[in-house]
Design a protein. Structure first.
Lengths: 122, 545
């Protein structure tokens, strides 16, 4: 334990669950769809009684478009679990995903100008 | 004393027999004397002979009678003694039988509940009138037996304790490992390769944990792990699934929406895990194992059904027998050379926690194990919505615990104005469709348009431009006064937001909206096109890039 420990979110002992994540994920060797943290997901169908509870929760949450990061946060599930759940849903066409919008690579000029003006006003 | 009195005929015969010899001898002697002496002496000799014979006979009779009397007295005495001894032997026999059938079991029972042999002797033997006068030898015997049993029990206890303590240590390591793994899984959640490997390690750890639990249960201990709060049955069954090798073959069907009280969670998980393990192990690898849980009069019936190898009547009887034996509390050595622990563990748990377990022939040909969970283990109170329990408890989205999510979701009151403020007024948006713009150019919010250049999103009081936060500042906190002022001005904007279609205005917007706006602002996406048809506008734009 001499190795430097990274700061990790400590699990709240009162919120432990009996089930482990691999039960939710299913096949550990399964392929994952190309999903990003900011990929937006919207559900195409109401949850049917046969889907897993987590998938049902995703379908309910995603009635309005929601990013994968948000789904992960709401369900308190790691990103990889969410993506494998979403992969199954995508395969059965119950959700639709859109590629994330590309982040602006250059700082926008107007903002720099605004900063300049502000500094000049000082 | 009937036998002491001989029948009279018998005595007469004996007297006659005793008289016969001296009579014949004396008669012979007299006759010989008479023949030898001369004529004149014959008469006196005959007389003398007769008298002597008579005297001898009389003496013999007297002697005989005396001897006979002494003999009878002695015989009577011996008869008495024999009777006494026989009675004693019989009493001894009854004592021994009673000791074996009543005293020892009672004493051993006392011993088992933790009394010392001395205490047991005092409480059981001395306190009871019928045992107080137990012969010393028997007393010693009883004490010796109790002492030996006590020693043996102590040895067995210490062996079991060693068992259990080793198992407990393994359990502790496994639990720590599991929670660390969970943290790692959260930490490496974005890296699928690492994550999948972690899951595999996690699975292996869970299997070790179940084995340690089994050893502890066989050692007579209760499951160590405690669950402070009720856990939904669905999560319990998934917990059972997560402890077996081939969890992917298990399918949970309709599971009754009840929660299990915290103290009963761990044993139920363990019992179900063992049954699931049996079901998956003894059925072909391509078949599925079906699990349902329905409410019955006495509680909840969990049915575990495999479509596997048919269980012959004999095998079923054997399994049930093993279950029954375990329920009766068998020894370790009954487990056999290559122990099939599953049923023994299930039996023990079911005995400890009053679970009813039965094995039946399944309609599919395999085995159907039915576990009846008594009503005392169930709770009607709502189970806490734990981590992935959102779905597990099947709660509607609106009942998400907002107090728990406050650090990510601003309260509804604050949330409402946010999409409004980032919207353009419809008129502006109409004149400036977003998808025709160069994507990298940031949007010009309405509030900024009304000001002179430079274009900024927000201003501080000191006149400095303020960038939109990239996530550090509390969400929804910027620009609040302005929003408040703006809200009445553009009341329709919120309603025009495509995401609000199908929702009443009084309802809070769905949780996604604020963050969607946030990500768009972060990504420098023009924010106006939302007032077009709906989210599809945004999607199309994303595709254009």
């Amino acid at each position: 334990m001499s190795a430097p420990r990274r700061e990790r979110r400590k699990a709240d002992p009162a919120r432990r669950d009996p089930e482990r994540l691999y039960v939710i994920t299913g096949d550990p060797d399964g392929e994952r769809a190309a999903l990003d943290l900011v990929t937006m997901v919207v559900s195409q169908a109401e949850p049917s009684p046969t889907v897993q509870p987590e998938q049902a929760a995703i379908l309910r949450l995603c009635r309005a478009p929601l990013s994968v990061a948000e789904i992960s946060a709401y369900l308190s599930l790691p990103f990889s679990v969410v993506t494998s759940l979403l992969t199954e849903l995508l395969a059965s066409e119950q959700i639709e995903s859109r590629a994330p919008v590309v982040r602006a690579t250059l700082p926008d000029r107007s903002l720099l100008e605004a900063v300049m003006h502000g500094l000049q006003k000082l | 004393m009937v036998r002491v009195e001989s029948p009279p005929t018998d005595r007469e015969v004996r007297v006659t027999r005793a008289l016969l010899t001296p009579l014949v001898l004396m008669a012979g002697a007299t006759a010989a004397g008479t023949a030898l002496v001369t004529e004149p002496a014959r008469i006196p000799v005959v007389w003398c002979g007769a008298i002597a014979t008579f005297v001898v006979c009389a003496l013999t009779v007297v002697h005989n009678r005396r001897r006979h009397r002494a003999l009878s007295a002695q015989r009577a005495h011996y008869e008495q003694r024999i009777a006494y001894l026989e009675a004693r032997i019989a009493a001894y026999d009854t004592d021994t039988v009673r000791m074996a059938k009543e005293l020892l079991p009672a004493a051993i029972r006392r011993l088992r509940i933790g009394n010392s042999p001395e205490e047991v002797m005092r409480d059981i033997v001395d306190a009871d009138d019928s045992y107080r006068n137990l012969p010393k030898a028997l007393r010693g015997l009883v004490f010796q037996i109790l002492d030996i049993i006590d020693n043996e029990e102590a040895m067995r206890d210490s062996a079991q304790r060693a068992f259990v303590s080793v198992a407990r240590r393994v359990q502790a390591i496994v639990h720590r490992q599991a929670s660390e793994l969970r943290e790692m899984e959260d930490h490496h959640g974005r890296n699928p390769e690492v994550f999948d490997d972690l899951l595999r390690i996690d699975h292996g750890t869970a299997l070790i944990g179940r084995l340690a639990d089994s050893i502890a249960v066989l050692g007579g201990a209760r499951p160590s792990r405690q669950w402070p709060k009720p856990v939904p049955l669905f999560s319990v069954l998934r917990g059972a699934m997560s402890r077996i090798l081939e969890y992917q073959r298990v399918e949970l069907h309709s599971i009754a929406k009840v929660a299990i009280v915290g103290t009963s969670v761990e044993p139920l998980i363990h019992a179900c895990a063992e049954l699931l393990d049996n079901a998956t192990r003894y059925s072909p690898p391509q078949t599925r194992v079906h699990v349902t849980a329905v409410e019955v009069q006495t509680g909840i019936a969990i049915e575990i059904e495999d479509g596997g190898v048919s269980l012959s009547e004999e095998a079923r009887a054997r399994a049930e027998n093993m279950l029954a034996q375990a329920q009766a509390g068998i020894n370790m050595n009954d487990l056999g050379e290559s122990p099939r622990l599953g049923m023994a563990v299930v039996g023990r748990i079911s005995r400890m926690y009053q679970l009813q377990v039965s094995l039946r022939q399944s309609a599919y040909g395999g085995v159907r194990a039915v576990v009846i969970v008594p009503r005392e283990m169930l709770t009607t109170g709502a189970a806490p919505g734990i981590a992935h329990g959102i779905g597990a408890t099947s709660r509607p989205q609106s009942s998400l615990d907002m107090s728990q999510l406050q650090h990510v979701v601003p309260p509804p009151g604050k949330r409402r104005p946010k999409p409004v403020s980032t919207e353009l007024p419809p008129s502006v948006a109409a004149g400036m469709p977003g998808y025709t713009e160069k994507p990298a150019t940031p949007a010009v919010p309405a509030s900024a348009l009304e000001d002179e250049a430079p274009v900024v999103t927000e201003w501080t009081e000191g006149g400095l431009p303020q960038r939109r936060s990239r996530g550090r500042a509390p969400l929804g906190s910027h620009n609040l006064p302005r929003q408040a002022a703006q809200q009445p001005a553009v009341p329709a904007a919120g309603a025009q937001n495509g995401h609000d279609t199908g929702r009443g205005n009084g309802e809070p917007p769905p949780p996604g909206l604020w963050l969607e706006a946030f990500t768009q602002a972060v990504n420098g996406v023009p924010q106006e096109p939302k007032n077009d048809e709906d989210a599809d506008g945004v999607w199309d734009k994303g595709d254009l890039k």
